[in-house]
Design a protein around this ligand. Sequence first.
Ligand code: LMR
Length: 328
Amino acid sequence: LSVSTAALALFVSPVLAQESCDPGETVVKFSHVVAGTGHPKGDAANLLAKRVNEEMNGKMCMQVFPNSTLYDDDKVMEALLLGDVQLAAPSLAKFEPYTLKYRLFDLPFLFQDLDAVNRFITSDSGKGLLDVMQDSGFQGLGYWSSGLKQFSANKPLVMPEDASGLKYRIQTSDVAEAMIKALGGSAQKLAFNEVYGALQTGVVDGQENTWSNIYTQKFFEVQDGITETNHQLLAYLLVTSTDWLDGLDPDVRDQFLKIVNEVTQNANDNVAAIEKKNRQNIIDAGSKVRELTPEQRQAWVDKMKPVWTQFEGDIGKDLIDAAVASNN
Ligand code: LMR
């Protein structure tokens, strides 16, 4: 097992040297869409690869492909089923074609902070949701939370009325669409790698994402500041295909899943610090972060939270109640 040190790769971009795999090793390709480093998902993917490659040398070999270099979040699901990649971590908003249960995680103002998210994803209700796509051929291996989302636009947003009449890029999520409609805006579903261009050219006026995505994708450069709404969770499902997982040698599978669980825990422990750093990076880069008073924030809650009722039937009231209870 060796690490390729192609000089060109070192000069062209700050990508990590790609692991080269030996004959006999089970190759695990992990495709994701965010920055390769300095982002909760990018860092967690690298840690997972590092541990697999060190501890399972000779048995398994993991290669990470960040920044949508292999697939976007739509295509990666097909690629998992075809066996072209073995791991992905799309946000929970991206699974609508396979399950409507994950709409839960998109409900605006559901979780008060990342500690509440952690309590829910480690609860029986949360863990049970890892298995809901088995009939479609997918197995959830763990949740990697990534922070709460903030709004930005090409004009200052302080009150929800400021958001009215604007067009926002959203993920492929009907909950997000309903939320933007409740604000009086219009929503356009776009792949993550198209967002910067859409903001820059005015195809959309605004967006909503975490500090880490706003910083590492440079969205702040083409927006009039960021408003700290903390209105919705961004979390990922580390996902594989049931066929691939079932086909692994049981010892190899056990060792792999043990590492996955430890890295998942570690990733979730580190999110808050990475998010805080990227929030500061945005300020240091000269962009404005607008904090809301409790009254101003409540006005956003009052506008958006009523959309919950539209999705209660898809999600189930029991699950919503369990998630709400994790706030205490
Ligand atoms: C988005 O599309 O905004 C996010 O899902 C991207 C990501 O993976 O963080």
